[in-house]
Design a binder for this molecule. Structure first.
Ligand code: NAD
Ligand code: MG
Length: 386
């Protein structure tokens, strides 16, 4: 029986993680669940999974939970998350949080020796060097949940580093893959949320439309596998059947294929890289596939890619600044305060304006994250809806 701490239980990845746990109740027990706002759903989950503790977003939610479940340990906010992440030695921490809020809990979990099944790619973008150091010093593992990185992990099994030529990340291309810059000027929030192949939370859906999601994933891959940026490639593959590939020095490519369903990489991570049969998953039927197509990414229509490679190569706090600006800009787009093309315009200008720190500690990263958020917020307020 493996204890599980699930951070971000009501999100898209959180709910699918709970599906995997429901299907394997003799293997996993839930010690802690966190939510940010959906406290009514949390109450139902507490009844179902009987965790020892929960973390909620604020004091009002905490009072509600305490009144219903007097014996339950209730933490609050960022501090509650950080404490909870390291409070259950030996537990598997599933980090399904959104954005840079995932950084500190990941580091706390690793420092306490807990393995982390990491969906929260922003952790690796903002603080990948610290994550690697924490994992090396405690021996706790970081296991990727992101489908591309799970695919890479599977393709890299047994490979010697010197045999690997390139990592090839596949991208669906998002809902605007074929749009001109002119067409992208007028797209709406609901257009951006209509992802062609995956159902996901709102922020990552917008990131998939700008291709910033792929940019974040390039940095994530660099941090997970230590591969230099000039050996991480992106290929647009609209069917999302190949989840990523590794190209070897002899010219062979290994790919991992499957139906687009996050429960597969979630379970792979939760079972520590072991394959388990799961019921209820749609199998990939090759005879039903009409085609698998590929095209190179367009760096002009999707400037997020170039910015992400650039910030990744600069290193230090540059990726954290890019990520924070993107989080603020995407939130403004979702709230109707910024148009679609404004997202990358804001990110570009924040990256250019906020000076970096070359070898930051956690405090320096968090300070730059805050500075980038303030700068982006000011820019969006000043520019209006343009
Ligand atoms: P989501 O918006 O559906 O859920 C996010 C969860 O985090 C919710 O439980 C929310 O309550 C919590 N949360 C949000 N802001 C918070 C804050 N400031 N403090 C504490 N908790 C907070 O998002 P999602 O789509 O499940 O994505 C979660 C992470 O997984 C992201 O990093 C995303 O990039 C990554 N990811 C998601 C998918 C997917 O299919 N959804 C695939 C690959 C990777
Ligand atoms: Mg992905």
């Amino acid at each position: 029986m493996r204890s599980v701490v699930l951070l971000g239980a009501t999100g898209s990845i959180g709910q699918q993680t709970l599906d995997v746990i429901r299907a394997n109740l003799d293997e996993f027990s839930v010690e802690l669940l966190s939510v940010h706002s959906r406290v009514e759903e949390l109450l139902l989950l507490v009844e179902e999974f009987t965790p020892r503790g929960v973390v909620v977003g604020d004091g009002i939610q905490a009072a509600l939970v305490r009144s219903r479940f007097p014996g339950l340990d209730v933490g609050v906010g960022a501090q509650g998350l950080a404490e909870a992440a390291g409070a259950f030695p030996g537990a598997l921490v599933v980090n399904a949080l959104l954005g840079a809020a995932g950084v500190v809990p990941t580091l706390r979990a690793l420092a306490s020796g807990c393995d982390v099944a990491l969906a929260n790619k922003e952790t690796l973008v903002c603080a990948g060097d610290l994550v690697r150091a924490a994992s090396e010093s405690s021996g706790a593992a970081v296991i990727p949940v992101d489908s591309e990185h799970s695919a890479l992990l599977q393709c890299l099994k047994g490979a010697l580093p010197e045999q690997v030529e390139r990592l090839v990340l596949t991208a669906s291309g998002g809902p605007f893959r074929t749009f001109t810059q002119e067409q992208m000027k007028t797209v709406t929030v609901s257009d951006a949320l209509r992802h062609p192949t995956w159902r996901m939370g709102a922020k990552i859906s917008v990131d998939s439309a700008t291709l910033m999601n792929k940019g974040l994933e390039v940095i994530e891959a660099h941090q997970l596998y230590g591969t230099p940026y000039d050996r991480i490639a992106i290929i647009v593959h609209p069917q999302s059947v190949i989840h990523s590939m590794v190209e070897f020095v002899d010219g062979s490519l290994l790919a991992q294929l499957g139906s687009p369903d996050m429960r597969v990489p979630i379970a792979y991570a939760m079972f520590g890289g072991h394959r388990r049969a799961q019921s209820g998953l749609r199998r990939l039927r090759l005879e039903d596939l009409k085609e698998l197509s590929f095209e190179g990414p367009d760096y002009e229509r999707f400037p997020a890619l170039g910015i992400a490679y650039e910030c990744g190569r600069v290193g230090g706090t540059a990726p954290a600044v890019m990520n924070a600006a993107n989080e603020v800009a995407v939130a403004a787009f979702l709230e109707g305060r910024l148009n679609f093309l404004g997202i990358l315009d804001v990110v570009r200008r924040v990256v250019d304006r906020v000076p970096g720190v070359a070898t930051p500690d956690l405090d320096a990263i968090l300070a730059k994250d805050a500075e980038a958020r303030r700068t982006a917020t000011g820019m969006i307020r000043d520019r209006g809806l343009s």
